[in-house]
Design a protein around this ligand. Structure first.
Ligand code: ADP
Length: 277
């Protein structure tokens, strides 16, 4: 698979603390890459570096072979769209204005607004089912409606690459599936490249062509979900015992965590008198 983005010997740090160390990563063009890992493993930090929101302490992020920090800001904004985990909007902004902000990188001095901008905004509102909310203030919406509005803003940018940090947060199950299906459609039907941090390993296995499992700021494993996900990896990356079976719907790996109550019994203990199950 041809790669579009690459992290090469990437080290990322906040002040003194290194969070990502010497990381190597390739993002295939025209595919969905999902980044998974335990809390604090460096997923958001990595995504921010891929979007050039965080400057590497060492190493580089390459877009089509060119170091991101050599590209003009507008060029980066036109090619990479990011939805961070907790985006901040101006107070009182309404949905349509938020989505329209996605078009800023496309504006030029003497060509302020075009039919193409209009179409991109309408398309993004329609795709995320937020057209009915266009006049509503963002801060008066439910968490799910707000999240869909942010996704619309990201889509309106019409960038080749979409970087999304937990895009399904705050969404109920139906909207989660809708958003993931929409991203899959953008990849399959429109040749976009998606990189997303996902909390839910099983959704990641269903939707990702390429899965990257982070552990303590390094790539523990990367590849097609079926190639890399097994009980051993789940234990190493998430620190939990699990069974991994084939998802009966998609055939992709399905991880079933074994909590204390569900660990296979090593010995059968006599039930307590009067205990009910
Ligand atoms: P994940 O997304 O996998 O949960 P993060 O990339 O958010 O992990 O965080 C990785 C580590 O970096 C954590 O230890 C976190 O506390 C630290 N970290 C994240 N953001 C900042 C920040 N702005 N300043 C200082 N440390 C941070």
């Amino acid at each position: 698979m041809a790669e579009l983005l690459r992290a090469s010997r990437l080290t990322l740090a906040y002040d003194g603390a290194e969070v990502v160390r010497d990381l190597e990563l390739a993002v295939p063009r025209g595919r969905i890459t999902a980044v998974v890992g335990a809390n604090g493993s460096g997923k958001s930090t990595l995504l921010r570096a891929l979007a050039r929101l965080l400057r590497p302490r060492a190493g580089a992020v390459l877009l089509d072979g060119e170091a991101l920090d050599r590209l003009a800001t507008k060029e980066v904004a036109k090619r990479l769209g990011i939805l961070p985990q907790s985006p901040i909007a101006p107070d009182g902004i309404v949905v349509e204005d938020l989505v329209a902000r996605g078009r800023y990188p496309h504006q030029r001095l003497f060509r302020q607004w075009s039919a193409r901008d209009e179409a991109a905004i309408e398309g993004a509102l329609a795709a995320t089912a937020t057209a009915d909310l266009r006049d509503r203030a963002l801060d008066e919406l439910s968490g799910g409606q707000r999240q869909r509005s942010w996704i619309a803003m990201t889509l309106a940018q019409e960038t080749e690459v979409l970087l999304l940090d937990e895009p399904t947060t705050f969404l109920d199950l139906a909207h989660q599936v809708e958003v993931l299906d929409l991203l899959a459609e953008l990849v399959e039907g429109h040749g976009r490249t998606v990189v997303m941090v996902l909390h839910d390993l099983n959704q990641a296995c269903r939707y990702a062509d390429h899965l990257v499992a982070l552990r303590a700021g390094q790539v523990h494993a990367a590849g097609a979900p079926a190639e890399i996900i097994d009980a051993e990896l789940v234990e190493e990356v998430f620190g939990i015992a699990a069974r991994v079976i084939d998802d009966p719907v998609t055939g992709t790996p399905l991880c079933l965590p074994l909590g204390g109550r569900h660990r296979p019994a090593v010995e059968t203990s006599r039930p307590l008198a009067g205990a009910t199950r």
